[in-house]
Design a binder for this molecule. Structure first.
Ligand code: GLP
Length: 237
């Protein structure tokens, strides 16, 4: 079941989403929180940091797991998703370093690394709340169209569309990434997908009302019991 929350604009989407996350932390201070990257997430993290400060909510007992990372890219590289997280969120809250979990894009053995990550999520007790964005082609994390509902954490080839959108040009973009799978995401107890802008309208429509199919990976979210979509008017009218 997907609950749809429609907000006026990008700012309101960020505010409403930050509120949902903070409510969960208030209920469970040692929340296991799944996090996402992307342009959509920048205003959301900004709002989350601001509100947490204002309401004096601490992340000291929260554990985080990010969804994905580019393969072959180091944590320190500006293109890495870890870099994005450090800059937009990790450096701004009182999360403990040992409670931050990330896929290592520079791991020697990607299979082992993906298994390690999948097991670490399980050992932690599983994700309580997974935050998600959505790609223009309906991808979630780096589960591109064609991904199976049973998929787990693995190395994937990125679509040309995703590489162009994320990096501007194909020549600068990595070809592969490590990503948690659709089944990894669906194992979360609650899922919050936030998005805005007309570029995402088709993806949102197809996810909510189209056929549930691997052609639109986000449509698999309809198989989950507790999903909230927070969208703006531009991507849902
Ligand atoms: C990226 C990420 C996704 C993200 C999506 C949308 O490739 N792997 O986790 O949700 O694409 O990104 P953006 O928010 O920049 O539109």
């Amino acid at each position: 079941m997907i609950e749809l929350i429609r907000e006026k604009n990008k700012k309101k989407v960020a505010e409403a989403s930050a509120k949902i996350v903070l409510q969960e932390i208030k209920k469970k201070p040692n929340l296991i929180l799944g996090l996402a990257t992307g342009r959509t997430m920048a205003p959301f993290y900004k709002e989350l940091v601001k509100r947490a400060k204002k309401e004096k909510i601490s992340f000291a007992n929260v554990k985080t797991f990010n969804l994905d990372e580019y393969a072959g890219i180091r944590e320190k590289d500006k293109e890495s998703l870890r870099y994005f997280m450090n800059k937009n969120f990790f450096s701004k809250v009182d999360l403990k370093k040992e409670n931050i979990n990330f896929l290592d894009g520079k791991a020697r053995n990607f299979k082992k690394e993906c298994l390690r990550y999948e097991n670490k999520i399980k050992k932690s007790g599983g994700i309580d709340l997974q935050v998600l964005g959505i790609g223009r082609n309906g991808h979630i994390a780096f589960n591109e169209p064609g991904s199976s509902i049973k998929s787990k954490t693995r190395k994937v080839r990125l679509s040309e569309e995703t590489r162009k959108v994320d990096f501007g040009s194909l020549k600068d973009a990595p070809e592969f990434a490590l990503t948690t799978g659709i089944s990894t995401i669906l194992n979360s107890r609650k899922i919050l997908l936030l998005t805005f802008g007309k570029e995402k309208k088709k993806a949102v429509q197809n996810s909510l009302h189209g056929k549930i199919s691997s052609k639109v990976p986000a449509s698999f979210l309809r198989r989950h019991k507790k999903v909230i979509f927070v969208v703006d008017e531009a991507c849902y009218d």
